[in-house]
Design a protein around this ligand. Structure first.
Ligand code: SAH
Ligand code: ZN
Ligand code: ZN
Ligand code: ZN
Ligand code: ZN
Length: 485
């Protein structure tokens, strides 16, 4: 834990404040306008607001920090601008495109990719990279069409870890969108889906699909034109260059009668509120381009995220529903579909498309529930009492009459807690009240006794639950637990 946001969250919780008032501008870091956070803990600094980087949760990547009311000296301002400039890509998108054309025009044996710099090199540049690892074999046009295989996946777990879709999940998404008649796919942080759409078009399918990738990973500028890729930050809806906005708006317009859908797979550590805010702004741009008044509804969207974020996503998008489909990844240590049979993936699709239209593959273990009118996991048995197929994790859940709802199969009803829980749960520290003093009148966050040191240590686990509702993602440990049980 070494991110500024994490540090502060640890000292008592923080919340993101979404600011969309026109006159109010946030200070910028190399990742565009910073996000405004507010301390929610009970400490002296409760209510104090500060700006921090929107994209990076790791201080090593971006250490931007500024109190909301802080005055910044001229010198610091200049240093900041200098830092922003130094973090810019080496070439403009336009330059990357002409380099690409030059490289494709070279004979095969002169095409080289610097592995260390992640850059397609021109012969005149070889000298500068002579001590770097280079890839010089078989950089075929075919291979250049699969940049997600050529580029090293970004691995920073805290900001932009890239977890690429396994083929079957990617094909499932693509076939489903084609089946539903979408001609334009706005890929927000889904480079592999974008790539697959382009490949599909070359197979001579009856109707071609257009795709625009928005991603913070500017290495993709090397492979795609400005009408195919925008360098974009999805946490603050920031386009890194002005021209990109025009391409984005152009893409969203359905003038040729092409239906648009947005598909996004944000980093899981990401804060839900700022993401939702960006997606709402994308939807508004789409609406505006239709020249229709509010009647147009929402842009069709698919947001790919772990199921334990369900309540937070639904808070932002009440019209969304979570589908049972489990998304698999190639390079994710936890969620990949191993050789030894299927590992359960916690990643799901959240969408405002009608769930009954999204046919989940029977051969992968899904069935149609005619009562719920949606496809569900085979193990997800319909509960007549709850009037739903209640399982979130694909296993068969069990109805508890005392709780009046279905619960995970491993849970047992606990009479002292008054609800179901794991058999080895920390008994007595009911979620409905305060973890610290047991009072039912307030939550831990507002507990007057929580500054008692001893208590604080003891409630460590509870505290992290409170933080989850502020700015914190479930920790790796929590996630693991969720997965196992
Ligand atoms: N499963 C997807 C990849 C998802 S990984 C696929 O196979 O296509 C998350 C993606 O979001 C990565 O491509 C990463 O570069 C991008 N990303 C991370 N942070 C981002 C940000 N702040 N703004 C835009 N894109 C971001
Ligand atoms: Zn930053
Ligand atoms: Zn190099
Ligand atoms: Zn039930
Ligand atoms: Zn129960």
């Amino acid at each position: 834990m070494d991110g500024i946001v994490d540090d502060i969250a640890d000292s008592g919780g923080i919340e993101v404040i979404i600011q969309n008032e026109p006159g109010k501008t946030a200070p910028c870091c190399p990742h565009g306008p910073a996000l405004l956070f507010e301390k929610t803990g009970n400490g002296e600094e409760k209510g104090r607001r500060f700006y921090a980087c929107s994209a990076c949760r790791d201080r090593k990547d971006c250490n931007f920090f500024q109190w909301e009311d802080e005055k910044i000296s001229e010198a610091r301002m200049l240093a900041r601008e200098e830092q922003i400039r130094s973090k810019m890509p080496s070439f403009t998108h336009h330059e990357y495109c002409s380099r690409f054309r030059e490289i494709v025009a070279l004979p095969l044996e002169q095409r080289r990719f610097c592995v260390d710099c992640q850059l397609l090199m021109l012969p005149g540049e070889w000298e500068n990279h002579k001590n770097h690892r280079a890839l010089s074999e078989d950089i075929t046009v075919q291979r250049l069409k699969r940049p997600s295989l050529l580029l090293r996946p970004l691995e920073n777990k805290k900001s932009n870890a890239q977890y690429l879709f396994a083929d079957r999940s990617c094909h499932f998404l693509l076939d489903m969108l084609a089946e539903l008649g979408f001609q334009k796919i706005l890929c927000v942080g889904t480079p592999r889906l974008h790539e697959l759409i382009k490949l599909r078009n070359m197979e001579g399918k009856s109707h071609t699909m257009k795709s625009l990738l928005l991603d913070i990973d500017y290495r993709y500028c090397q492979f795609y034109g400005q009408d195919e890729f925008c360098h974009y930050n999805m946490f603050n809806h920031h386009f890194f260059n002005k021209e990109a906005v025009t391409f984005f708006e152009e893409f969203l317009s359905e003038e040729g009668g092409d239906k648009v859908v947005m598909v996004t797979d944000p980093p899981f550590g990401g804060l839900v509120k700022p993401l939702a805010n960006s997606f709402i702004r994308i939807s508004m741009t789409w609406k505006k381009s239709l020249n229709k008044e509010s009647g147009a509804g929402e842009l069709p969207m698919i947001w790919i995220f772990p199921y334990f974020f369900e309540s937070r996503i639904l808070e932002c998008f009440p019209s969304f529903c979570m589908l049972d489909y489990q998304v698999d990844y190639d390079n994710h240590p936890l969620y990949k579909h191993g050789k030894t049979g299927r590992k359960q993936s916690p990643v799901r699709l959240f969408t405002n498309l009608s769930p009954k239209d999204i046919i989940l593959p029977v051969d992968e273990g899904y069935r149609f529930c005619s009562v719920c009118e949606r496809y569900v996991s085979v193990g997800n048995k319909h509960c007549p009492k709850c009037k739903t197929c209640p399982s979130k994790d694909g296993r068969e859940w069990r109805h508890c009459d005392e709780c009046g709802r279905c619960v995970k199969p491993s849970w047992r009803h606990c009479s002292s807690c008054g609800h179901c829980a794991l058999p080895d749960h920390p008994c007595g520290r009911s979620k409905t009240g305060c973890f610290n003093c047991g009072s039912q009148k307030h939550k831990f966050r507002a507990c007057p006794k929580k500054h008692n040191k001893q208590m604080h240590v003891e409630v460590g686990r509870g505290a992290s639950c409170v933080l989850k509702h502020a700015a914190k993602k479930p920790t790796a440990k929590n996630k693991k637990k969720k997965r196992v049980r």
